[in-house]
Ligand binder design. Structure first.
Ligand SMILES: NC(=O)C1=CN([C@@H]2O[C@H](COP(=O)(O)OP(=O)(O)OC[C@H]3O[C@@H](n4cnc5c(N)ncnc54)[C@H](O)[C@@H]3O)[C@@H](O)[C@H]2O)[C@@H](O)CC1
Ligand SMILES: Nc1ncnc2c1ncn2[C@@H]1O[C@H](COP(=O)(O)OP(=O)(O)O)[C@@H](O)[C@H]1O
Ligand SMILES: [K+]
Length: 548
């Protein structure tokens, strides 16, 4: 699990560590991390002509990191230039870059003539501003950053951001002005919240952390309440279990899907495919005749009679004919206290369900920004636009959780999950190809299926169901399935960009993702076992052991 902390918290820990370390020692470690990332990303192109790298340096320590990294890259044999965008760059780092043979030039602002040709390169290192940014980028830097962003996009230049993409850095992920979008961010000491929170996270690309040896205690008390969590493959893997000799379909979990209608049968098919792919014991479908026929044609194992289940998904593709039945499926789930995913059209049930007795504690709402705006407007009786939610998604998701008492999954290229206990999970989309009609229906199915499986596990005496974490893991699986189906690996050295996919192809890739994860789980359990073994090896023999 990645734990992201507020930038100020990391900055304070950094300041204490800098005071204890030799001069520029931390900065040199930071720079090495940046240089390594650049070399890794540039690697795929070696042999196709010189790899050109330009370091963009501002006037603070972020620029110092970039200039030291430029020096290291030059000494490693790359062709490196540095552009100074400030009158007072970090003096020692600048001297080191010059001594290493970096071609250092001033870049006078404003960029009246546009971006000069000598900046054309395979890669830029963005060291304009880091955690020292205060407020929105001021002119003339703001305009320059917009110009640079445009030029990089046109030329296909990849950008590696130092610490945070310049112009971003607000703790809540809001973006006050111009930002230089990065393909990859090398962050120092610990992941900072804006790297995981949209919209800022949408500018960060993939994120890696350079260990600066800041000990966890250095972050001070109270940090966890402000932290943002990002599950990794190993965390997701532990949600899954390979069925064993004592399993049967009911122990594996049964999920009811109430989606699709005669008008929109496809949504029901896709939600069922997502649910089946995630590996429950059974999927029940409660939908229109047309939807049921199409589903049964493709998936004869689906059961179209109502009955016991451990979770329900209600939502996508409802029409007025089926709406009443879908609402009663939702009410039944609430009455039985099983987890319930309300997706798409069923988000309109929230107001009705809120007036029912009992909290919506086991409910997961899965709006995209537009649906979240509609729901907020309805619940608060005030105008809320999609843009408002997109500008401050964390605030929007938190507000929805407060208002409803449900877990909220706010979908987008970065998806936020806010739990009823206040935990915030951030899941990064793997490929833009995932944003296709029906993709959300597949996600709802995967989520309901995973919730049913975890609920079944709880009923067997396993770990208690963690609704928010389970929902977050479903988002992870969905994103990974999209990546697999599209053949995309945009963050990889070979930069596989993938190809268009349809929602049913995404759903068809889910079983392979699950299969990969159960192997990861085996590995993860082995690692944890061995860590515990090693930790306990040096303990003094305890009384029970001595008796043995
Ligand atoms: N001190 C150290 O030894 C270390 C520092 N680190 C780096 O240092 C960075 C923080 O450095 P600083 O505190 O010097 O600050 P930054 O370098 O992040 O930013 C300060 C610079 O940005 C300018 N600036 C601030 N707000 C602005 C605005 N609104 N519009 C335009 N310009 C603005 C300032 O004038 C100054 O030139 C981190 O992000 C990290 O990259 C890390 O390398 C870890 C070690
Ligand atoms: N640019 C993107 N990058 C990655 N994932 C995306 C992107 N855009 C959308 N997604 C994902 O695709 C899904 C779209 O869901 P939704 O908007 O409900 O679509 P639909 O209603 O058509 O099924 C969500 O899971 C969302 O997170
Ligand atoms: K930066």
């Amino acid at each position: 699990m990645i734990h992201a902390l507020p930038p100020q918290t990391v900055r304070e820990a950094e300041r204490r560590a800098v005071a204890r370390a030799p001069r520029d020692a931390l900065m040199l470690r930071a720079a090495r991390g940046v240089a390594d990332a650049v070399e890794r990303l540039a690697g795929g192109r070696v042999g196709e002509g010189p790899v050109g790298v330009v370091a963009l340096a501002g006037g603070g320590d972020n620029g110092g990191d970039a200039l030291y990294a430029a020096a290291m890259l030059a000494r490693d044999g790359l062709e490196v230039r540095a552009a100074l965008l400030s009158d007072h760059p970090h003096a020692r780092a600048l001297a080191e870059a010059q001594a290493a043979g970096v071609d250092v030039r001033r870049l006078p602002l404003p960029l009246d003539e546009g971006v000069p040709g000598w900046l054309t390169a395979d890669l830029w290192v963005d060291g304009l501003t880091g955690t020292g940014l205060r407020g929105p980028l001021r002119e003339p830097l703001a305009a320059a950053v917009r110009e640079l962003g445009r030029a990089a996009r046109l030329a296909g230049t990849r950008i590696v951001a130092v610490d945070v993409p310049s112009g971003s850095g607000a703790e809540d992920g809001t973006v006050p002005g111009a930002v230089l979008p990065a393909d990859h961010t090398v962050t120092m000491g610990a992941v900072k919240t804006p790297l995981l929170l949209p919209p800022a996270a949408q500018y960060a690309g993939s994120v890696e952390t350079v260990d600066l040896g800041l000990d966890a205690g250095a972050y001070g008390e109270g940090a966890p309440s402000a932290e943002v969590l990002r599950p990794e493959a190993s965390d997701v893997s532990l949600m899954l279990r390979v069925p064993g000799p004592f399993d049967h379909k009911y122990t594996r979990g049964v999920v009811t899907v109430a989606a699709g209608s005669d008008t929109y049968p496809g949504a029901g098919v896709l939600a069922v495919m997502g649910a089946l792919g995630a590996g429950p014991g059974m999927v029940r479908l409660e939908s229109s005749g047309r939807t049921s026929r199409i589903v049964l044609d493709r998936h004869p194992g689906v059961v179209t009679a109502s009955g016991r289940s451990q979770a329900a998904v209600v939502g996508s593709g409802l029409d007025s004919e089926i709406e009443h039945r879908a609402l009663s499926v939702a009410r039944r789930a609430l009455g039985r206290g099983i987890p319930l995913v309300l997706d798409a059209g069923a988000l309109g049930f929230v107001s009705a369900l809120r007036t029912d007795p009992g909290p919506l504690a086991g409910v997961v709402l899965t709006p995209h920004a537009g649906e979240a705006a509609t729901l907020l407007a309805e619940l608060e009786d005030r105008p809320v636009e999609r843009d408002d939610v997109e500008a401050r998604p964390l605030a929007g998701a938190r507000r929805l959780t407060e208002l409803t008492g449900a877990t909220v999954v706010l979908k987008g290229s970065v998806t936020l999950v806010v739990g009823t206990d206040g935990r915030v999970f951030s899941l990064e989309g793997t490929t833009g190809w995932a944003g296709v009609a029906g993709s959300g229906d597949v996600l709802a199915g995967v989520m309901g299926s995973l919730l049913a499986q975890r609920r079944a596990e709880e009923e067997r005496g396993g770990d208690p169901l963690d609704v928010a974490l389970t929902a977050a893991c479903a988002v992870w699986i969905h994103a990974e399935a999209a990546r697999l189906a599209a053949g995309a690996d945009p963050a990889g050295p070979a930069q596989a960009l993938g190809a268009p996919i349809q929602a049913d192809e995404l759903a068809s890739a889910v079983p392979a993702v699950i299969g990969g994860l159960v192997r990861v789980a085996q590995e993860e359990r082995r690692t944890r076992r061995r860590r515990t073994w090693a930790q306990t090896r040096d303990e003094a023999p305890s009384a029970p052991a001595a008796r043995l």
